[in-house]
Design a protein around this ligand. Structure first.
Ligand code: SAM
Ligand code: SF4
Length: 471
């Protein structure tokens, strides 16, 4: 979960300034969307608020992927109710908006359970925020909500209606290149909440990436629910896939690193795999969800690949870039998963070997095909399987981190570290690295001798520049 204050244009009339607080739940795409919502509201005079108490408007940018994620939003709304009431009693006003995937999936339910919410808007409509805020401002304020709902999938792509990013994202920036999903995995809400696949034009992306670099970004992570399904007409009149886009972005002067997430195994085409061999800026780390190692379960999930297909994709990637490190998503306890299926997942993990991974208990999502499947797995069985799976993944991550000790890795220094005099950064393999270094090195890629491995991070010291290994 991340929190973000809005920014305002330099030189705005401070007297007009209102305060905006955005709380972001869920994935990196939501983090990017929150930054863009702040950009949309900056021209209206909304400046960052340090916390919700100081805000004139609060946006919860929500995630619907699992039941727990959605329930967190209702708890948060419960906490905001007395704040809105107190503000109204004092003669003030607080606009509360719910954005993102919970808003899309449960718009009417939010208005029923939390009538103090003023604006409910889906992920495809935040370019209309100025109009929605104007409607809310015209309506009477107070302790009750204004009941504004916009969960359409508009014909005009929202990216065309967004202003250029006003606020620098920092040294490591996100760039959404693709949205939506046409895969319809039977457990997943994304095709319903984010809509059909859409890829942004390459020229827009090269321009936006150039602005990010001009604002100080050294690393850009290309985002999409299905990022490697990216396909759009290039300026050369040809159809560009993600590999071609990566090659174009790699030419941007000043950019040091590129990453992309999240990929589907079935969309890993030859050009993208080749980019891992040929583009030095493309980091040797890939999040490639597999969900299960059992073909029976993969078929019931409608994943469009078998375990062996996934293994073949991994082999192709490793031939292209032998040191590539992998991450994945796993779901345990999908309806009908038995002990043999679960053992097949453990076997796949043993065979592939992961540097890190995310794993979840299957969570029923109303409206998805798997929600009504027979043979739902009991909660205790799911919990026990998750524990076994996570123990294996933890061991693999610890071993991967231990293997870095004694090596010198190029680290992009991104922010202040945990202790005074320390900076924190990432290795090419996405490991967090702490190192004693002067602040002036922020934004540099420096060689770091790795001295120690912790379960989730590494510690090292600056090494002589001539010992840097290229990556
Ligand atoms: N598009 C990506 C893919 O192809 O896997 C990831 C999409 S989703 C935002 C992130 C992860 O949430 C999924 O990979 C899956 O492991 C998990 N997930 C999605 N729906 C779930 C559900 N109903 N129960 C448990 N985990 C779920
Ligand atoms: Fe969801 Fe499957 Fe699409 Fe990923 S590929 S977003 S898991 S439907």
């Amino acid at each position: 979960m991340t929190e973000l204050g809005a920014t305002t244009e330099p030189g705005r009339d401070a007297g007009l300034a209102k305060k905006l607080f955005i709380k972001t739940f869920g994935c990196q795409m939501n983090v990017y969307d929150s930054a863009r919502m702040a950009d949309v509201l900056a021209p209206l005079g909304y400046a960052p608020a340090a916390g919700p108490e100081a805000a004139d408007m609060i946006i919860l940018n929500t995630c619907h992927i699992r039941d727990k994620a959605a329930e967190k939003v209702f708890s948060e709304l419960g906490r905001l109710k007395p704040m809105k009431l107190a503000r109204a009693r004092a003669g003030g006003d607080l606009i509360i908006a719910v954005a993102g995937c919970v808003a899309q999936a449960e718009g009417a339910e939010i208005q029923r359970r939390a009538p103090h919410v003023d604006i409910v808007m889906g992920p495809q409509t935040y370019h209309r925020l100025p109009e929605l805020v104007a409607r809310a401002t015209r309506a009477a304020g107070g302790a009750g909500g204004r009941g504004i709902l916009d969960t359409e999938f508009p014909a005009e792509p929202k990216f065309d209606g967004l202003p250029e990013a006003a606020a620098p994202q920092g040294i490591s920036a996100f760039l959404t290149v693709q949205e939506g999903c046409d895969k319809f995995c039977t457990f997943c809400v994304v095709p319903y909440t984010r809509g059909a696949e859409y890829s942004r034009p390459p020229a827009d992306l090269v321009a936006e990436a150039g602005r990010l670099v001009a604002q100080g970004a050294r690393e850009i992570t290309l985002l999409g629910q299905n990022v490697n399904a990216y396909r759009a007409a290039g300026p050369d009149g040809r159809s560009w896939g993600l590999g071609r886009l990566i090659r174009a972005l790699a030419d941007l002067p000043g950019l040091a690193r590129l990453r992309y997430t999240t990929s589907h195994p079935a969309d890993m085409d030859d050009d993208l795999v080749a980019a891992h061999a040929e583009v030095p800026l493309l980091m040797p780390f890939l999040h490639l969800p597999v969900q299960s190692g059992a073909d029976r379960v993969l078929a019931a999930m409608n994943r469009r690949h078998r375990a062996a297909d996934y293994r073949r994709v991994v082999d192709r990637l490793r031939r292209a870039r032998p040191d590539i490190a992998l991450s994945s998503d796993f779901i345990v306890g999908f309806p009908g998963e038995d002990e043999a299926d679960f053992a097949a997942t453990l076997a796949l993990i043993e065979a592939v070997g992961y540097a890190q991974a995310y794993s979840f208990k299957y969570s029923i999502r109303p409206g998805t095909p798997a929600a009504t499947l027979p043979d739902q797995v009991p909660a205790a069985v799911k919990a026990a399987r998750l524990e076994r799976l996570q123990a294996l993944l933890r061991d693999q991550q610890a071993a991967f981190n231990r293997a870095a000790v004694g090596r010198t890795l190029p680290v992009l220094l991104e922010r202040a570290g945990r202790h005074d005099g320390q900076l924190a950064g990432r290795s090419p393999y996405a490991q967090a690295v702490d190192v004693a270094a002067p602040e002036g090195l922020l934004g540099s890629v420096v060689p770091v001798a790795i001295l120690a491995a912790r379960p989730n991070s590494l510690a090292g010291r600056l090494a002589a520049a001539d010992r840097q290994v290229p990556a």
